[in-house]
Design a protein around this ligand. Structure first.
Ligand SMILES: [Zn+2]
Length: 198
C-alpha cells in the first residue's frame, strides 16, 4: 500500500502480538514524524534487548547476567519453586508480594495445536533442579486456560513419586485468561489458597 521502508515498517509492526493493521500504520507514521534522536533510541533499545538480555541459567527468567537477581537473592526461600509459563508471569506474581520462594520459567505451555510438547519446555531443567532435596514444594502457576491446565496436569503426574508437595493456584482466577491479567488481590488470594494436586 505504501512504498519501500514505510510499508516494511508497517509489515514488521503488524507481526507484533496485539498490533493490528490500523495500529501498525498509526505507529509507523508516528515514527516517521518523530525526532531522529527518539527513533535512534528506540532502534538501539530493540537491538540491545536482543544482544544484552539473557535468560537465567537456573530458572529461565530474563536476566542481565548468567543468573537472575531472584536466584541470587539469599533471602528467597530455596525450598519452594513456583513454576510459570513466561517471564511476565514472574513479574505478575512478584507484584502480589505473596511469594518469597524461587521460580522456574517453562518458556510456554503444552499445546498440541501449536506443536508445543513437553520437550519444547524447560521441564528437563526443572527435573535437574529437583534433585536438590532442599526443595519441598512446587507451586504450579501456569495460566488458567486449556494449555496451562494441560501443562499443570502433565507436571503433577511427572512429579508424583518425587516426594515433593505439588500445589496449584486456587480458583478465582479468570478461567481461560492469562495470569498476567489477573489483578494483584485475586492473584494473591489464589496464591495463599493454593491446593494440593494428587
Ligand atoms: Zn533465575
Amino acid at each position: 500500500m505504501y512504498e519501500g521502508a514505510v510499508q516494511d515498517l508497517i509489515d514488521e509492526l503488524g507481526r507484533l502480538p496485539g498490533v493490528g493493521p490500523k495500529s501498525a500504520q498509526r505507529i509507523a507514521f508516528h515514527v516517521l514524524a518523530a525526532e531522529p534522536a527518539d527513533v535512534e533510541r528506540l532502534a538501539d533499545t530493540l537491538k540491545r534487548v536482543k544482544n544484552e538480555v539473557k535468560f537465567c541459567s537456573v530458572c529461565g527468567n530474563v536476566a542481565e547476567a548468567d543468573t537472575c537477581r531472584i536466584c541470587l537473592d539469599p533471602r528467597r526461600d530455596p525450598s519452594v519453586i513456583c513454576v510459570v509459563e513466561e517471564p511476565k508471569d514472574v513479574v505478575a506474581i512478584e507484584r502480589t508480594r505473596e511469594f518469597r520462594g524461587r521460580y522456574h520459567v517453562l518458556g510456554g505451555a503444552i499445546s498440541p495445536i501449536d506443536g508445543v510438547g513437553p520437550d519444547d519446555l524447560r521441564i528437563r531443567e526443572l527435573m535437574v533442579r529437583l534433585r536438590d532435596d532442599t526443595i519441598t514444594e512446587l507451586i504450579l502457576a501456569t495460566d488458567p486456560n486449556l494449555e496451562g491446565e494441560a501443562t499443570a496436569t502433565y507436571l503433577a503426574r511427572l512429579l508424583k513419586d518425587l516426594g515433593i508437595t505439588v500445589t496449584r493456584l486456587a480458583s478465582g482466577l479468570p478461567v481461560g485468561g492469562d495470569l498476567e491479567y489477573a489483578d494483584e488481590v485475586t492473584l494473591g488470594r489464589a496464591f495463599s489458597g493454593r491446593r494440593r494436586m494428587d
